[in-house]
Design a protein around this ligand. Structure first.
Ligand SMILES: [Zn+2]
Length: 476
């Protein structure tokens, strides 16, 4: 870790030891907890091994070393509570609804510092604003990117997100942030970037050697396919095969991107993937708006992962993702949701993205709440190749979101049809999440981050944002 990163860590980290409190749902038997009992949960929502959405009523869960061991009816899972380092009573104070931690399949966390630096809402020329975005990014330091990413990931966590794909240019700031905030991160590094023209596929080779065993998982990205030349794409394929890395790109996002790709490669974007051996399940494309049925079928057949970003598509006037065409072509299990950056969405909340999905496509058919839930959990895990995340089942990672039942986000609901709770939670917003566990550790407890001093983090974000404005000589 660089000296400057260590300074940031010292400034904003805290060691918040969980304590037993008579009002709390927690009983702490050992501060350095490894075994956990979550008991008396009135409702657990999860998909089973066959992707069927299940509602478990009055269940308990045991966890050991970050892995879920047992999920069983509370009556059957009678255990000696003293044997567990931590006991969480999910039946207390009106009860807690349990879901898997949510999976955000497309984001740009290092851009968090740019919130409010853009003028997307005020009717200025959008293209002009976006054209100048890279000028801002060029002025940012590795420390800016690190603080940015911590700001972004902690906001995501407070909205129930435990895993994120970050599409950006630098590995180390995002990796440092994932470690500091305790987040699961796919760290997709651009191999053809106009912000960092020095980024080439060779950099990935170097990172693959250097970063084995790091907190985040290395992957590759290009901003748009028309920014990469034939040499770079050939090398990407080689690296996908050599290291088993994921590859991601913005794809068919706007008519301009479609046109530029044909100009550069003499092929449409699907054909470019095909030509370079990238039309497969190691590829994740975001947006995928401007495609005809033939292209959609080819992406589905190739098992390419697709990230739907309805808010971003609307804010940037990019167009409407052909959700039902993908669905009817058999592509639904590989559609996940993403937030994009704070430049493209106001709040880093996946539930509002799910709700936006429902609203966007409702004129054709209604995307059911269960389908939206799957897009945020199992579909995200599938396309990001996390076979042990996104479900509350034995053997899976303990990534768990805890939602208050006695809350306006959950109540009132139909006790005969508990799926109505899920509908309520999705139509409300992610801010209703109470606690969040990632890999068996609480990162959010009672709406507060357990690893980050959020007050200091906000001060640091504000300070760095204004410094960046000064460097840009922007008048406030
Ligand atoms: Zn994006």
């Amino acid at each position: 870790m660089s000296e400057n990163f260590s300074k940031i860590k010292k400034l904003i980290s805290k060691t918040d030891q969980l304590k037993t409190d008579p009002h709390s749902r927690l009983q702490v038997n050992r501060a350095d907890y490894k075994t956990i009992l979550i008991k008396n949960a009135p409702y657990i929502f999860t998909c089973d091994e066959n992707d069927k959405l299940k509602v478990r009523e009055n269940y308990s869960i045991t966890i050991k070393d970050g892995i879920i061991e047992r999920v069983a009816p509370t009556d059957e899972l009678r255990a000696d509570e003293k044997k567990f380092d931590l006991v969480y009573d999910a039946g207390k104070r009106g009860g807690i609804v349990i879901t898997p931690g949510l999976i955000n399949a497309h984001a740009h966390p290092p851009m968090y510092l740019l919130r409010s630096s853009m003028s997307l809402d005020e009717g200025e020329d959008l293209n002009e604003t976006l054209k100048n975005l890279y000028l801002w990014e060029k002025k940012m330091t590795p420390e800016d990117f690190a603080v940015s990413t911590i700001g972004d990931l902690t906001e995501e966590q407070k909205n129930g997100i435990s895993t994120t794909l970050s599409h950006y240019n630098f590995f180390h700031p995002a990796d440092f942030a994932a470690e500091t905030a305790g987040h699961n991160l796919v760290n997709a590094i651009s191999v053809a970037s106009h912000v960092s023209p020095e980024n080439r596929p060779e950099l990935i080779e170097k990172l693959a050697a250097e970063t084995a065993g790091s907190v985040s998982r290395l992957a590759m990205s290009v901003h748009y396919l028309y920014r990469a030349d034939a040499g770079a794409l050939k090398k990407v394929k080689e690296l996908v095969e050599k290291y088993g890395l994921l590859f991601t790109c913005h794809f068919a996002e706007t008519p301009k991107a479609v046109k530029e790709t044909i100009k550069k490669h003499k092929l449409n974007e699907v054909r470019v993937l095909k030509k370079y051996g990238l039309l497969n399940s190691n590829t994740v494309v975001s947006h995928a708006v401007h495609l005809d049925l033939k292209e959609i079928k080819e992406l589905v057949k190739g098992e390419v992962g697709v990230v739907h970003l309805p808010t971003s598509n609307t804010i940037h006037k990019s167009g409407t993702f052909p959700f039902w065409k993908f669905h009817d072509a058999g592509g639904y299990p590989r559609i996940a949701l993403g937030t994009d950056s704070v430049v493209s969405k106001s709040r880093l909340d996946l539930l509002s993205e799910a709700f936006q999905t429902r609203m966007t496509h409702i004129f054709d058919r209604t995307v059911k709440f269960g389908s939206l839930f799957k897009m945020m959990t199992i579909n995200g895990a599938r396309i990001l190749k996390y076979p042990d995340r996104g479900r509350i089942l034995p053997g899976f990672r303990a990534d768990i979101a805890f939602w208050k039942l006695k809350d306006r986000a959950s109540m009132p609901y139909d006790t005969d049809k508990p799926i109505t709770i899920l509908g309520n939670i999705i139509t409300h917003h992610g801010g209703a999440v109470r606690d969040l566990m990632i890999n068996g550790r609480f990162t959010v407890k009672e709406r507060r981050h357990t690893l980050i001093n959020e007050s200091r983090l906000l001060e640091l974000l504000q300070e760095r944002h204004m410094e960046m404005r000064k460097r840009m000589k922007v008048k406030s």
